[in-house]
Ligand binder design. Sequence first.
Ligand code: NAD
Length: 452
Amino acid sequence: MEKLTALLNKQKAFKKPSTQERIRLLQNLKAVIKQHEEDILQALAHDLHKSAQEAYTTEIGMVYEEINHTMKHLHKWAKPTRVKTPLTHIGSKSMIIKEPYGSVLIMAPWNYPFQLAISPLVGAISAGNAVTLKPSELTPRVSQVIRTIVERAFKIDQAAVIEGGVDVSTALLKLPFDYIFFTGSVAVGKIVMEAAAKHLIPVTLELGGKSPCIVMPDADIKLAAKRITFGKFTNAGQTCIAPDYLLVHESVKEDLLREMMTCIHDFYGERPETQPHFGKIVSTRHFDRLSHFLTNGTIVTGGQRNEHELKIAPTILDHITWEDPVMQEEIFGPILPVMTFDSLDEVTEMVKARPKPLALYLFTTNKKTETYILDNLSFGGGCINDTLMHVATPYLPFGGVGESGMGRYHGKESFFTFTHEKSILRQTNRFDFSFRYPNAKNGLDIIRTFLK
Ligand code: NAD
């Protein structure tokens, strides 16, 4: 604990870097990541059996995008902004200064262990903060590489990595950081927010939940099947924004499931659970939890398990009801339960009866259906006629709403998430209106002419 407190004190004393210095820090971070690309890929293959293509796209490439975008726009975001001043304040000028919060704690999960640790780090550094980063203990090889990279790219008072499990997280959460950025489960999100409340620390909570995927009869079924298969089974379904369950119109269910089975075969081959680059489930605990779901409903395809390698073949479960265990919690694995509907009202009713999801996917070619869903359902973000892709652009803020989280990041939003906007009014000394003072004659009458 003393070590952690000493580190925090050092980081609190850290002198705010200029915008130019921050750009240099980011440039240097990118260069160090480049030097360690092979280590990152190997660590991701070791901890999660990610293929090089998947790992590069979803972990390393996304981080490069985030760094490039931030470096390009940082001067514009970071400079003070002039804003208007109302008539009542005549003679004065108003501006907003972008101030770093100071010391930031970032806690990361294991499913995209590199990207979900480094992307928020980029935001926090761009805003001029010092960072303590706690990667997930469930992906230890990646965590080690992150540590090496951060140690090479930053001085300890700028950014440091603290490795460890729940005990270390608990100790960190006792400290008076100036900001906490947490990515993980809803349950731990509540623990984080409670701890933060003790010091009134502002938080961003990037959480999870059950994200629906809705398929209408007018959808392009072949394309929908391909994109849903991709979104669900990437990283063996261990993606916070993966379609958690399928709500498909009764009339197109058979077609869609048939097409999805073809896609699963095309993407992952004959026995995915034996393929070296089909993602593994992160731990035995998670593997056992997912295995129990395989007895729900009827297996349309998949269901094979590889206990030795902790792999489960891409599985589709039909004849599922809301009462089944697989519908009681976020699945976070390669299992897709299927339910059907007859009318759009049924869809909105079902989704609204549950916590607001992190993502929602709608497959339709009807603009009216699109508007109806977007107007009637609240969720973090999502796609029309695709899955996952909204997360991979620096132009769209990413985050949840309600139980799926609070706050947002990526691109400009990352900078502003880690920035306190300090409002300043600079008053003139050349004149002074006396009507605001308590002894002013007719003060109230004059004020009434302005404020009515
Ligand atoms: P988790 O909540 O178990 O762990 C996240 C972090 O919290 C880890 O660093 C862990 O060490 C720490 N932690 C765990 N238990 C703790 C406790 N009792 N007290 C304090 N700290 C604790 O989450 P996970 O299993 O790593 O990740 C899976 C969850 O994260 C899923 O729910 C998923 O949807 C969500 N997720 C959300 C996003 C997003 O961007 N919204 C991204 C990835 C994952």
